[in-house]
Design a protein around this ligand. Sequence first.
Ligand SMILES: C[S@@+](CC[C@H](N)C(=O)[O-])C[C@H]1O[C@@H](n2cnc3c(N)ncnc32)[C@H](O)[C@@H]1O
Length: 236
Amino acid sequence: MRLERVASHVPTDARLADIGSDHAYLPVALLLRGVITAAVAGEVAATPYQAAVRTVRDNGLGQHIAVRLADGLAAIEPHDRITAISLCGMGGETIRDILDRRKARLSGQERLILQPNGGEQPLRQWLMVNGYRILCEEVLRENRFDYEIIVAERTGPAHYSEVQLYFGPLQMQTRSPAFLLKWQRLLGLKRRALSQFARARHAVPEEKVQGLLRQVEWIVALLDGSLDAQPEPYDE
Ligand SMILES: C[S@@+](CC[C@H](N)C(=O)[O-])C[C@H]1O[C@@H](n2cnc3c(N)ncnc32)[C@H](O)[C@@H]1O
């Protein structure tokens, strides 16, 4: 379901670079369905790279999908004329670092389809600082995990507030049941952490306690509807 939701954000006729592709299931499924016209499957590790080579070969798609052993965006060459990049199933900080390390490989025309496992706030921060606007966001739950999908394009600078970066500017407006359930669960975990801090034998740094208290305040306000959603990111 997670990769199906990611797939739904890939534009028709895209030329997709799936970075950290593992078995290359996403580009293979999209090519077999005729959604995309070409793809690069990038992998940094030998075993998933070989798995991707096998999936592409077994489906007879070697003409359409280039499988490359490379670190992050180094898998992309200008002649690939990539129009969409997916980075899925990695921490938000890892995705951010992959994007930041080789920014020069981004033409700025690509749609980014990102599925971070945690670390969404620093990833959104990177998107904002680098001129990306968030077009779509969703939360979904599968196998007892909450997954987020963030779709962004470089279509002009957008400014997001601290709370928008934390919760997701569009999710704050939509308030889907999956989104609210995710934050209800996290509120319980953060409150438990605070009470453990209070009982800890060694003092927890005050800065850490204050940071957690602030997050709890934000989450409570989000759930009771009193947090200002700031509906429209404003142009600079
Ligand atoms: C958990 S898997 C996710 C696979 C697939 N994208 C998915 O969502 O199901 C993460 C993959 O990212 C790859 N990876 C991690 N860092 C990478 C990097 N810097 N460049 C390319 N691939 C990377 C790992 O080798 C691993 O196969």
